[in-house]
Design a protein around this ligand. Structure first.
Ligand SMILES: Cc1ncc(COP(=O)(O)O)c(C=O)c1O
Length: 367
């Protein structure tokens, strides 16, 4: 096996789940495991969550749900992005719950389900201000009236998605919630009731107690992160990912020597360069070149030169660093720690993108 690995702490995953459950009042926690469980491994994270009695898992696309089914998962699976007509067979064949926003697709789903002598479970997506997924709330009643005659459909859920639940200013999110509440009330008054009512993503679990209803959709928080570190601390979350490798070579350089491609780092001093087999081909962003740091023997060192596809280069000065020494890119070593926030901030992104970028080539080890 490569010396570069992503170690995933199942203890921390369990801890995060219990923190999320504690903060979700009596709502069920849906584990959002799209995009390969945000880089942590779809099938493995799913199976650990099921062992912890997570009743419903969420993915973005039908194909992800099918991959889960093929891995042997028999539980409830919800697809967050409203499906296309091409997915209708998959939803029925694999008993997958989909969100819906297009009555023509709901009709197709119904026909497909009816031909299989079954009912397919769906959730009505209401657009309350994100302007990405869902129907205009004004059309919700008419939509449900149209669904009434569709024999293959079992509309078990209603949802919306927040555009800014992570922000301190809650006004936009509260307005979304108000629109959602009004819509659900109107539908209830007209005899439409839903088993699952869900709006909260991770930010809302931390910030919007009013948004939890009876199901919350927890993604990034399961993995120990949030958009902002103070929000993760509020929920006492622990990162579950450690990205580590080992030094595989050491080159001595003199002042004025180049390090790596394109002459992007010319050393100003005599030094030693540790070579580590992690690169952008593993999902470690090239834009971190000359910016990121790593930990070796409990000390921080800067990455220098351009990050290559398969390797990167670390200036270890004249320190006692040897081939085989452990290198931490994300995680803890001694008293030092590097979190995804630090990397994200350096390249103007969010922790989501740091973990999700990790490629299949990095073996995931679950401990
Ligand atoms: C519809 C929907 N629900 C829930 C989530 C989970 O969000 P988070 O990772 O912020 O908890 C996402 C993620 O983007 C989403 O698109």
């Amino acid at each position: 096996m490569r010396s570069t690995i992503a170690e995933i702490s199942i203890d921390n995953l369990k801890h995060n789940l219990s923190m999320l459950r504690k903060n979700s009042d009596n709502a069920e926690v849906m584990g959002i495991i799209k995009a390969d469980a945000y880089g942590h491994g779809l099938v493995q994270i799913a199976s650990f969550l099921r062992k912890e009695n997570v009743k419903i898992l969420g993915v973005a696309f039908a194909d992800e749900a099918v991959a889960l089914r093929k891995s042997g998962d028999n539980g409830e699976i919800f697809v967050t992005i409203p499906g296309t007509e091409y997915d209708t067979e998959l939803y029925c064949a694999y008993n997958i719950q989909s969100s819906v926003e297009d009555i023509n697709i709901v009709r197709k789903l119904s026909e497909e389900a009816h031909s299989r002598n079954m009912k397919v479970k769906t959730h009505l997506f209401i657009n309350t201000g994100m302007n990405r997924d869902g129907i205009d709330p004004k059309n919700a009643l008419e939509f449900m009236e149209q669904c009434k005659s569709l024999e293959g459909i079992d509309m078990i859920g209603i949802l919306t998605h927040f555009a800014s639940s992570e922000l301190e200013d809650k006004s936009f999110a509260l307005n979304q919630l108000e629109i959602f509440n009004e819509t659900v009330t109107l539908l209830n008054e007209n005899g439409y009731h839903f088993k699952y009512i869900h709006t909260a993503n991770s930010g809302a679990i931390a910030n919007l107690p009013e948004s939890k209803f009876n199901l919350v959709r927890a993604g990034i928080s399961l993995y120990g992160y949030m958009d902002y570190e103070y929000l993760a601390s509020k929920l006492n979350l622990k990162p579950i990912l450690t990205l580590k490798s080992k030094v595989i070579n050491i080159n001595k350089i003199e002042s004025g020597d180049n390090v790596g491609y394109s002459l992007n780092f010319i050393s100003e001093k005599q030094s030693k360069i540790a070579v580590v087999p992690l690169g952008y081909g593993d999902g470690y962003h090239r834009t971190l070149s000359n910016k990121a740091e790593c930990l070796i023997n409990g000390k921080r060192y800067g990455l220098v030169g351009t990050i290559c596809m398969d390797q990167c280069l670390v200036d270890v000065g004249n320190d006692d660093v040897h081939i085989g020494d452990e290198v931490i890119f994300i995680g803890n070593q001694g008293n030092e720690s590097i979190k995804c926030y630090e990397l994200a901030e350096k390249i103007g992104t969010i922790p989501y993108e740091i973990t999700t970028a990790l490629k299949w080539r990095v073996p995931r080890i679950y401990i």
